[in-house]
Design a protein around this ligand. Structure first.
Ligand code: ATP
Length: 359
């Protein structure tokens, strides 16, 4: 059992607070992705779990054992970083065996583990090569194999695929998912790539300015972002935010679009609408097409609407041209709203905004 519990962990660098009292529990064998923009604190949090950085406050527990005072080698973890330090002067075999030799495991055990993990990563035919003779993707596999060979309870990965080209990245992503699920380790994986996060994670912890804003399954994070930031960070293109005004009958309208809304004594309220949750019709949001991007499976249309821009994902055979006037109707029954008195909350309608509290 290797549950990881991060309890009220904060990190200050001089006067700058990189992490604000983080609480996060990662279940045994769970694949947790830390996702966020550059500088939000992902790597710092990972390094604290690894023991490469000391927290200014808080505790780290792995497998029911408090570890924040222990050096990395005593934490039962293996790490794979972006600049995966594969030694060019060693063969692939010796690279994978490196940590096992440090642990002074018997030769037979070393050979068994190296062969098993090499097979798992499809590099068994490369074992005799020097790693300086490998491609980036092959070196990447060696780095992962070396971590897996340690049979750790926990694997920590920091942007391990970022040096690869797009195609290889896609391939390795799928392989990594399968291999890590089979190895039954608990994984924390840092990335700023939302697609990678969505595809790999059991849960995603979305980070922003040293806080975890939401930790939930990929679908939950996508469909029910707990905060405006999450909606604006996840999704390509991200959510549209439009300000609607209360009509006489209590519904909410913006430029011809009427939305089912919460009861509120506020006069304006912000709705959050995913680009794929609208369709063209005879009524709805008045929108003038500014840019049309046929992307293959669908067409992305950027429109001018009252108060700003609105992006809609339409069918690939949609016949729209720059300058067209469209009406866009919401196709999901319960759009998300952000009451103006709640700075961060995004809440699924229908709801009573006066009875909710912001996270
Ligand atoms: P990236 O995706 O760019 O790697 P990140 O989310 O991993 O970003 P961190 O590396 O954790 O971000 O850094 C978080 C913040 O802490 C940043 O503002 C960074 O400048 C700051 N920081 C990190 N390490 C140090 C340090 N040793 N001294 C001072 N500030 C630091």
């Amino acid at each position: 059992m290797a549950e990881i519990a991060i309890k009220q962990v904060a990190k200050r660098f001089g006067g700058f607070t990189a992490l604000h009292s983080i609480d996060l529990t990662i279940a045994d064998q769970e694949f947790m992705v830390l996702l966020g923009a550059s500088g939000c604190g992902k790597t710092t949090l990972l390094r604290i779990v690894a023991g490469l950085e000391t927290p200014s406050q808080g505790e780290v527990w792995i497998g029911g054992r408090r570890v924040d005072h222990l050096p990395p080698r005593e934490r039962g973890i293996a790490m794979v970083f972006q600049n995966y330090a594969v030694f060019p002067h060693l063969t692939v075999f010796e690279n994978i065996a490196f940590g096992l030799r440090m642990k002074k495991l018997p030769q037979q055990e070393v050979e068994g583990r190296v062969n098993r993990t090499a097979e798992l990563m499809h590099i068994e035919q490369l074992l005799k090569r020097y790693s300086g003779q490998l491609s980036g993707g092959q070196r990447q596999r060696v780095a992962v194999a070396r971590a897996l060979a340690m049979e750790p309870d926990v694997i920590l990965m920091d942007e391990p695929l970022s040096n690869l080209d797009a195609l290889l990245r896609l391939e390795m992503r799928a392989e990594l998912k399968g291999v890590l699920a089979a190895s039954k380790t608990t994984t924390i994986y840092v990335t700023h790539d939302q697609v990678e996060a969505m595809s790999l994670a059991d849960r995603i912890a979305v980070m922003h300015q040293g806080h975890i804003v939401q930790a939930a399954s990929p679908v939950e994070v996508y469909r029910n972002p707990a905060a405006r930031f999450v909606g604006s960070f996840i999704g390509n293109p991200p959510m549209n935010f439009i300000l609607a005004t209360k009509a006489a009958d209590g519904s909410w309208t913006v430029a011809g679009l009427t939305l089912p809304g919460p009861k509120s004594d506020k006069q304006t309220i912000e709705f959050a609408i995913r680009p794929e949750d609208v369709d063209t019709g005879t009524e709805g949001l008045h929108a003038t097409v500014r840019v049309v991007e046929p992307l293959g499976p669908h067409t992305l249309v950027t429109c001018d609407v009252e108060g700003g821009l609105f992006r809609a994902i339409l069918e690939s055979n949609a016949t729209v041209a720059v300058g067209d006037h469209l009406r866009l109707a919401q196709t999901r029954p319960h759009p998300l709203v952000r009451p103006r008195n709640h700075q961060r909350a995004l809440i699924q309608t229908p709801f009573d905004p006066e009875s909710t509290t912001a996270p």
